[in-house]
Design a protein around this ligand. Structure first.
Ligand SMILES: Cc1cc2nc3c(=O)[nH]c(=O)nc-3n(C[C@H](O)[C@H](O)[C@H](O)COP(=O)(O)O)c2cc1C
Length: 159
C-alpha cells in the first residue's frame, strides 16, 4: 500500500503533524508532500490520500483548496482522509473545515481529524502576531498538537 500525505503549513504545525502521522503508521511507503513547494502530484500511484491544512481566520490554506479543486474527480475514486490544525479543537474545528470543502468531497472522506494546533509568535507577521497575542491573552486557548488524536488518525488510515 502506498499513502500520500499532502499538506500546507504556514508556521510548521501542520507539517509537524504530517510527520507525526507518518511516524505512527506501519505502512512502509508514506510520501509527504508540502503543497507550498509542489502543487502537482500524480495521484495514480497512491492507494490512500491524506490532505492537511491549518485554519487562518476560518479559512484553510490556499494550496489546500486548490489541491482539492484540481484533483476532485480523482480524489472521489480514492480513499481520502482530511485533517485540520488550529485552535478550534475537536468538532468545532472539523465544522469550520467542513464549511470550506465541497460537500461531495467532505462526505467522501473516510475520516476527518482535528489534530490540535499551536502558535509560534516569532514566525508570524506583525499584524498576525498582534492579533494572536490578543487572542491568547483573552481566550487562553489550549495549545499543542494532540498526540492521541494523531495516533487515532494514523490508525484510521491503516484500518
Ligand atoms: C492570524 C491567525 C488566525 C487564526 N485563525 C484560526 C481560525 O480561524 N481557526 C482556528 O482553529 N485556528 C486559527 N488559528 C490558529 C492556527 O490555525 C494554528 O496556529 C495552526 O497550528 C497553524 O498551523 P501552521 O503552523 O501549519 O500554519 C489562527 C492563527 C493565526 C496566527
Amino acid at each position: 500500500m502506498r499513502v500520500l500525505i499532502a499538506y500546507a503549513s504556514k508556521t510548521g504545525n501542520t507539517e509537524e503533524c504530517a510527520n507525526k502521522i507518518k511516524g505512527f503508521m506501519k505502512t512502509e511507503t508514506v510520501d509527504l508532500i508540502n503543497l507550498k513547494k509542489q502543487s502537482r502530484v500524480d495521484l495514480n500511484q497512491y492507494d490512500k490520500v491524506v490532505i492537511g491544512t491549518p485554519l487562518y481566520m476560518g479559512q484553510p490554506a490556499r494550496q489546500f483548496k486548490s489541491f482539492l479543486d484540481k484533483n476532485a474527480s480523482e480524489l472521489m475514486s480514492k480513499e481520502m482522509y482530511l485533517y485540520v490544525c488550529g485552535l478550534a479543537r475537536g468538532q468545532e474545528g472539523i465544522d469550520l473545515l467542513q464549511k470550506q470543502v465541497s460537500p461531495k468531497l467532505f462526505d467522501h472522506a473516510s475520516f476527518v481529524g482535528q489534530l490540535g494546533g499551536d502558535v509560534h509568535l516569532q514566525k508570524l507577521n506583525p499584524i498576525y502576531k498582534w492579533m494572536m497575542k490578543k487572542i491568547l491573552a483573552e481566550s487562553k486557548p489550549n495549545l499543542g498538537l494532540m498526540l492521541e488524536e494523531i495516533e487515532k488518525f494514523a490508525s484510521e488510515i491503516e484500518s
